[in-house]
Design a protein around this ligand. Sequence first.
Ligand code: HEM
Length: 401
Amino acid sequence: MTADSPDITRFVDPASRLDPYPLLARFRAASPYVVSDGLLVAGRHADCSAVLRDPRMSSERYRSRLSPGVKGPRTRNFLDLDPPDHTRLRRLVVKAFTPRVVAKLEPRIRELTEGLFQEAARRDRFEIVSELAYPLPLRVICELLGVPFEDRDLFEDWSGKLSETLEPPFPGLVAPRASTDAVRARAEFITYFRELIAERRRSPRDDLVSHLVQAEESGDRLSETETLATCVLLINAGHETTVNLISNGVLALLNHPDQLKLLRENPALAPAAVEEVLRYDAPVQMTSRVARGDGHIGSLPVRDGDTVVLMLGAANRDPEVFDEPDTFDVTRPQGAKHLSFSAGPHFCVGAGLARLEARIAFELFVTRVAAPSLAEDGLMYKPNLTLRGPDRLTVLFDDIQ
Ligand code: HEM
């Protein structure tokens, strides 16, 4: 760490959740730099983008020098694997999320979203997180996987606990008790899916779990452990992220009434608004890679086994890439690319689905909710740094059509 590198513990402090961006700007300006032995931070767009596309930068995070003695991956989930295993497992699921498949989901997603707005209309407050942003993506991913939505309370509990495992290895961040919760949650998730998979093996349906089971049975393309890990990955990635996209977007629109008005008058701007929310307030703020062999990020030397934390939320506001990066502008030209869905071989499988869900949610929010405003004490953030978003976002309104 150099004399002018910002103090990472200030970032870890819950007080920075409301607006971490001034601090992130300082991390970006000082980056890339060494936080402590074996731990590096990159926040510039060019560096993050290069690391994400660099095959020598591994997603197999157990290789980190920060976790000595860990022999292999905790699960066989392909977010945490490199080629060739990553390529083999990813190929089996991307088919289920192609643009054509996702486009066919639009009527069902619209119907579900309409239903959530109708329910909200019966109340005098709209709690965006629990009444829209959470149930919509969870319901959609449950239907795709063929998992009973009635078990949503279990998933909500387990996924919440697993979110901690995505936190960066910054000093003072993960409480030991919390990690025990995460281990238990993972075990319970696995047991749940083991039973569901056994059932789909006996009587297959037209859903993603059945398709994965068939792929497993038709050869050595994936093992039972890999089927299980893929199911857990999909259900988690499928909703714990999109909830933040929808909530962060509604909050940004409430905080920028001129942009809300623009979108209401011109709903065709909705896809651009989704991209701007992704850039302005990234739902997944960070990811990491572990160096295989010695090398460099810019002029900073990197050693074998070093962990590089990539601050995607900082990269998305890099003034080298985006004009007036701190301005929320739904008409921003779409040339430059945010990194909210990552880049390179791990680029988010569900990006198209998340974009579609958010677009419909924003369209309905701006056109159906009359005179929306943030309730007093209506905003509270989740503690997580990586999965950034509100825990509660309560909106007052005159009417919902
Ligand atoms: C990977 C973000 C929604 C499934 C990723 C990564 C990011 C990300 C940043 C890559 C991490 C890395 O490179 O280390 C997001 C955001 C979402 C979202 C911001 C919503 C706004 C979804 C949805 C699904 C999904 C709806 C549903 C299927 C996945 C999967 C991977 C992934 C399976 C692993 C890809 C791989 O390792 O090859 N996502 N995601 N995501 N995402 Fe998403």
